[in-house]
Every structure is written in structure tokens, then in C-alpha cells.
Design a protein around this ligand. Structure first.
Ligand code: HEM
Ligand code: SF4
Length: 574
């Protein structure tokens, strides 16, 4: 390898297919942590080493090691779990974790607070119910998401099956996971093409994310991901093929305009038969063309910006042996979830629950973990995590509906009336995320309460308005695709973004920088007032903020950083 590759590239190459010194590190009882290089490698096994940041200063004062613990992210294609799998994750959260489960914006479950000595037992329990955490983090293809919509059952079944096939096809083959966590036999390493035929020794330049969308719902936020497939449905509601999108991504670094969120481009249309070949080709072109020197420029979105979509498409077609047709028309209506009951096939029904910011726990007020455990104990359908951090109890027979409804209502799992809260998402941030600059999950509910008061004053309580918050610019809750986006800048301080499209097709624009709680409310209140007074029929809040001149519309890519700030001349004129 040349001198020009990043440190992570060297770590991957020297790791012997992701083994590193993880096995030894696990046995070292003197510390709750693992060595630095292994901290990078353990991500490929679905884990992050973290510490409880609420306890940092006290422990430093007492000269104690940080309160280290691991976050484990499970790989759950399409977010679908059987009741037994649900019960297992619930049990792990209580036995080894911090007693709660986080349903994530990428349809999986994160378990926090697992100490090093419990990692193996945890991963064995996960393995026993045919789940794993391989490649849930790291420079590889992550969990493949899929629209969980229960009302289009046949299209959903096709999309889910494909999501699972793509996920299996692109899962790393290294036996390291089995050896280290499940006490598997050491299998001698071999040639690249034998161990990792798709990835090779150094895997991908950066993380890689794939989703399957089924219009009219864009709940998976297809334009936020490296690779997306949008189902094209025939008149009977069956899938006739897929539009392919490439080059979406959210992350950016504050103060570095060469980094930016980007919505994916439509690259063409393919048949269901060709989906896996296209997915593999997109992954291998990015493997070979992606930037391995600068990790901040290593996502597929920058490869596409630098090389151009046409060159990228031509190389994908060549490698897949498939010619893409022009993309077909489709229409998205929203990125949100449809809460409540919906009818399925065979007389069964589905219930979409509301889980605020995806955080499930048993608090004094509401015993949500217990309620879901009780449902799972006698449920014979499935659980589907939505891309908005909520949960669908799917395929409920008529005779169970009353009981399940009552359990959900009693534990506060039915959707609230507030249109803002119904469309809110927050990333984890403090206390576990080492990158967080500000609170997110622990702050957003209170902010929504305050904003709801202002919305009520303007008669907008029931209007669906998308609000998302993250504790740093990495964008884990996709804030740049929210009509109101808040991104942590420092303790208690946020950048405010406005003007994204309700259907997830257009990014937002920076409107106000570095503002605190009171200023967030004071800044938004007059915009709510203007919206109530001057919106056109059916006009969405994000579209309105552009038409009324509060922010400029974002085109794509580098344009995100252009024309930022309050377009004061125009806005003041209203
Ligand atoms: C440079 C970019 C990024 C880095 C370094 C990063 C890192 C992290 C870390 C450390 C966590 C764990 C937080 C915790 O549980 O304590 C996390 C959570 C998460 N990230 Fe990211 N992230 C990045 C960008 C993104 C983006 C763009 C997405 C999605 C579009 C995403 C999706 C998630 C999800 C789904 C979670 C789980 C928590 C949740 O649902 O809020 N990440 N990320
Ligand atoms: S957005 Fe930032 S603070 Fe939030 S989970 Fe992601 S990395 Fe952590």
C-alpha cells in the first residue's frame, strides 16, 4: 500500500480479516476498554466502545478509568423480528445492557451499556435466535433497510426478500466474528478472493448503506443513502422493477465546506432479477474508485461528484453485465409512518405504535419494555421497526386486537395528537455517543412540547411537520432532510435548518446558527405565524419556507452551503 492511505486502511489491512488483537483484548481484565486499533475493528463486528459521558468528570476526579461499555447494533434486514427474537433482545437489554432498547433510524436495535466481560454472552444469545451484529457498523455494507408498510403486502414481501438477499450477499465472509465471539474454530486465512470475494482485505473506503423503498411511502429516506432501489408497481400492486439511486449521504463536518450532505441521483431502472448484480457492481466500483486517503471524502457521494454519474453508471453496467433503462416515473408522498391500525390480508391487522425517538424503557410513568414483552409472549405475527424509530406489531388476529390495543394505550405507545411530535426523530447523542456536541434524544421531547404551544397558538397543532435533531453534524437522524432540522453545535446550542421537502426529495438550508432553546422558539414562532396566515392549499411547511423567502432552495451537493442564512430582505418583506 502507498503512504497515502489513511490510518484506518492500514488497520484493516493488518487485521487479518478483522481479527486484530480482539481475542486477547477481551481477556485483558485490567481495563474495560480495548486498544485503539481494535476500537476501529470492533465496529465491523457491530460494536462501538463508548463511555458514560455523564460520569466522566466524577470518575476523572476520583482517578478512575472512564465508565467504559459497548454499544451493540444488531443486523436486522428490513427491520423485521420474530417474537422470539424480540424477547431475546429485550432479555439482553435487561440482563447485560442498561435496561432499554433504542430502535434506530436504520431499522435496527441498539443495545447500550454492555461491559466487556458480557460481550461474548450477549453475542451468543443473539446468535441463538439467528441474528448477528456482523457489519452493523464499519466500512462495509450495513443493515439493508426496507419499507415496512403493511398495507401493500405483496410489494412489501418482494422488497423484504430482496433486502435480505442483498444483505446476505454483501455480508463479510471472514470467520473472525464466529471465532472471536462464538468460540468458533480458528480457520486459517487464505487468499483475498477466497476469504472476501467482494471486499478484499481492506473492505470499503467508508460505510455503505442500502435501502428498498415502496412508493408512495419514502419512509426509508431513499435519497439519504449510498444505494437505493425504488419499487415500480404495476396496476395490480406487484413490483415490475426498480429505479436505482446512488450517492446519497448525510454526514458533514462543521466548517469544512468540502463536506456536505447530498441527495442521491436516479441512475436508471433494472428488473428484479438484476438487482443483486447491480448492488454488487455499485459496491465494487466504490471499493475501487472511493477515496482511501481522506475519510471525510470517502463516501460514494463524493466519488459520484468527482467522477460524474455517467462514468459511474457505465462502469456499473460493465461490471454487472446489465444495461440500465431510463428511470421510470414514481411518486412519493411522505417520509413518515402511518400510525394506528391498518387491515392486512387473511383478516389480520397491523398496529403502528409510536415510540418517542425509538427509546424503549420501563419508567415509572410507562412500562413500555414490559408491555411489548407481554405482547411478544403471545404474538404469532412479527415486529417491524420503522425507519422513523417506531414499531409495527404486524399480523394480529382479530381476537388479540383488543388486548394489544389496551397494552399499547396503557404504556403510552399510541401516537400523540401533535403533528410535530408524530414526525419527530432524534439521534442518541449524550450520554453514550462520543461524537455528540449537544443533547439530542434527551432534549427533543421537551423542545417539541414548547414548540407545540406556539403551533397551537397559530392553529397548527395537527399539521404534519417533520422535525429532526442530532447532537452533531454527522446526521444520524437525517436532519438535513427535515422541514425543521436542528444540529448540535455545542452544549445547548444548535444550528437551525429549514426548507427540506416533506417527501424527502430536497435538502434543507442553514437558516440560523448557534442558537439556544429560547432563540429556537423565538426564531420559529414568526415563521409558524406566517405559515398559518399565508400558506396555499396543501402547501407543506418546508415548501412554504422557500416560497415565502425564508430560505433559498437547495439543489444538490455543494449547493448545500450556498446562499445560507435568513434570506432577510425577502423574508422581512412579507
Ligand atoms: C461520519 C458520520 C457518522 C458517524 C461517525 C456516526 C457515528 C455514530 C455513532 C458513534 C453512533 C452511536 C451513538 C450511540 O448509540 O451512542 C451512531 C448512531 C447512529 N447512526 Fe451514525 N454516524 C454517522 C453518520 C450517520 C448517518 C448519516 C446515518 C443515517 C443516515 C447514521 C445512522 C445512525 C443510526 C441509525 C444510529 C443509531 C441511533 C439512532 O437511530 O439515532 N449515522 N452513529
Ligand atoms: S448524529 Fe452525532 S451525536 Fe448523534 S448519534 Fe450520530 S454521531 Fe452521535
Amino acid at each position: 500500500m502507498t503512504d497515502e492511505v489513511s490510518r484506518n486502511e492500514r488497520i484493516k489491512e493488518a487485521s487479518d480479516y478483522l481479527r486484530g488483537t480482539l481475542a486477547e483484548g477481551l481477556r485483558a481484565e485490567i481495563t474495560g476498554a480495548i486498544v485503539e486499533d481494535d476500537q476501529q475493528l470492533v465496529k465491523f463486528h457491530g460494536m462501538y466502545l463508548q463511555d458514560d459521558r455523564d460520569l466522566r468528570s466524577e470518575r476523572t476526579r476520583k482517578k478512575m478509568e472512564k465508565a467504559f461499555a459497548f454499544m451493540i447494533r444488531v443486523r436486522i434486514s428490513g427491520g423485521v423480528l420474530s417474537p422470539v427474537q424480540w424477547l431475546t433482545l429485550d432479555q439482553i437489554a435487561r440482563d447485560y445492557g442498561n435496561g432499554s432498547m433504542k430502535l434506530t433510524t436504520r431499522q435496527t436495535v441498539q443495545l447500550h451499556g454492555i461491559i466487556k466481560s458480557n460481550l461474548k454472552a450477549t453475542l451468543k444469545s443473539i446468535d441463538a435466535v439467528l441474528l448477528n451484529s456482523i457489519a452493523a457498523c464499519g466500512d462495509v455494507n450495513r443493515n439493508v433497510m426496507c419499507n415496512p408498510n403493511p398495507s401493500q403486502s405483496r410489494a412489501h414481501a418482494t422488497a423484504l426478500e430482496l433486502a435480505r438477499t442483498i444483505s446476505d450477499h454483501l455480508t463479510p465472509r471472514t470467520p473472525a466474528y464466529r471465532e472471536i465471539w462464538l468460540d468458533g474454530e480458528r480457520i486459517a486465512g487464505g487468499e483475498d478472493e477466497v476469504v472476501e470475494p467482494i471486499y478484499g482485505k481492506t473492505y470499503l473506503p467508508r460505510k455503505f448503506k442500502i435501502v428498498m423503498a415502496v412508493p408512495p411511502s419514502n419512509d426509508v429516506d431513499v435519497f439519504a443513502h449510498d444505494l437505493g432501489f425504488i419499487a415500480i408497481l404495476d396496476e395490480a400492486g406487484d413490483v415490475s422493477g426498480w429505479n436505482v439511486t446512488v450517492g446519497g449521504g448525510m454526514g458533514m463536518t462543521q466548517g469544512e465546506p468540502d463536506t456536505y450532505p447530498r441527495t442521491a441521483d436516479l441512475m436508471g431502472f433494472c428488473t428484479t432479477r438484476d438487482v443483486v448484480a447491480i448492488a454488487e457492481a455499485v459496491v465494487t466500483v466504490q471499493r475501487d474508485w472511493g477515496d482511501r486517503a481522506n475519510r471525510k471524502h470517502a463516501r460514494l457521494k463524493y466519488t459520484i461528484e468527482d467522477r460524474g454519474l455517467d462514468a459511474f453508471r457505465a462502469e456499473v453496467e460493465r461490471r454487472a453485465g446489465v444495461l440500465l433503462s431510463p428511470a421510470k416515473p414514481f411518486q412519493f408522498t411522505s417520509t413518515g409512518d402511518r400510525y394506528g391500525w391498518s387491515a392486512g390480508e387473511n383478516g389480520r391487522s397491523h398496529l403502528t405504535l409510536f415510540v418517542e425517538n425509538g427509546r424503549l424503557l420501563d419508567s415509572d410513568g410507562a412500562k413500555q419494555m414490559s408491555a411489548l414483552r407481554q405482547i411478544a409472549q403471545s404474538h404469532d405475527g412479527d415486529f417491524r421497526i420503522t425507519p422513523n424509530q417506531h414499531l409495527i406489531v404486524a399480523n394480529i388476529p382479530t381476537e388479540k386486537q383488543k388486548e394489544i390495543h389496551w397494552l399499547a394505550a396503557e404504556s403510552g405507545l399510541l401516537a400523540p395528537w401533535s403533528g410535530l411530535r408524530r414526525n419527530a426523530m432524534a439521534c442518541v447523542a449524550l450520554p453514550t455517543c462520543g461524537l455528540a456536541l449537544a443533547e439530542s434524544e434527551r432534549y427533543l421531547p421537551g423542545l417539541v412540547t414548547a414548540l407545540d404551544e406556539r403551533l397551537a397558538a397559530h392553529g397548527l397543532s395537527a399539521d404534519d411537520i417533520v422535525i429532526r435533531m442530532t447532537g452533531c453534524p454527522n446526521g444520524c437522524a437525517r436532519p438535513y432532510l427535515a422541514e425543521i432540522g436542528l444540529v448540535g453545535k455545542g452544549q445547548g446550542r444548535y444550528n437551525l435548518y429549514l426548507g427540506a421537502a416533506f417527501d424527502g426529495s430536497r435538502l434543507s438550508k442553514l437558516y440560523a446558527e448557534d442558537i439556544e432553546h429560547a432563540a429556537i422558539i423565538a426564531t420559529l414562532d414568526p415563521i409558524f405565524a406566517a405559515y398559518a396566515a399565508a400558506r396555499q392549499k396543501g402547501e407543506r411547511f418546508g415548501d412554504f419556507t422557500i416560497r415565502a423567502g425564508f430560505v433559498a432552495a437547495t439543489g444538490n451537493g455543494r449547493d448545500f452551503h450556498a446562499n445560507v442564512g435568513a434570506q432577510s430582505g425577502r423574508a422581512a418583506a412579507r
